[in-house]
Ligand binder design. Sequence first.
Ligand SMILES: [Fe+2]
Ligand SMILES: [Fe+2]
Length: 241
Amino acid sequence: MKSASPAERRQAKLLLPEFGAYTPGILRVEVKTAESLKAHDETWGTSDSNVWQSDYSLGHHSRKLSKVMGDIGTTRGRSDRQIMLGRVAGLLHDVGKLDEACRIYRVKRELTPEERAEIDKHAGISGDYVLKQMSDVRPEDRIFLADVHPIVRYHHAPWLIRDPELRELGFDLKIADIFVSMMEHRHRPGLSQFQAVEALEEVVLRMMKDATLGKFSLEIQASMQTIMNKYGVDRNVIIIK
Ligand SMILES: [Fe+2]
Ligand SMILES: [Fe+2]
């Protein structure tokens, strides 16, 4: 595996708090994506203090999700490559929201069910973005991105991923996405980390009604418990107003 040049790594460090792509091609994709997310955050900002998205930004959400994917991967004893797949997928999963087709996303209020259905298209657009990156990277990076693609494309419906290994990473991403979103201030105050874990357990229980997801859900629950222990979450933390 070739490593990135010092200049590429310096640039990555500025944009990605915990970058870690192991080939220059993937690192460049990560940096390019991080730059677009940063530009988006600067345009749409987090300036309104009391409205939807007040403390939420696409760049922050994506970087945070990437980090949580690293934690989950480590907790679950995944290989370096699997952890990297999860982290890159975490950074890229919502990049489709930058597309014109998702401009409704930029309104600062809670979305109607119709608008929500509209914005759900971003998963497919994010998948297309991953495919587009494949044209100018080397063969080994192309193989890597080909594995990132289904995780990103189906991050709302990971059970549609055919490959079992990638499907597992897709479930990690879905659960991590819910977990991270619950702690953000969007159209309602964010939960504390402890509350998010508790709320997540309810989500997981709901998912368990589907027998095929049951075993996996229990594993996720265990992973989240480990993460909660790791962060030393204070039980007395309450909803941030
Ligand atoms: Fe999404
Ligand atoms: Fe997301």
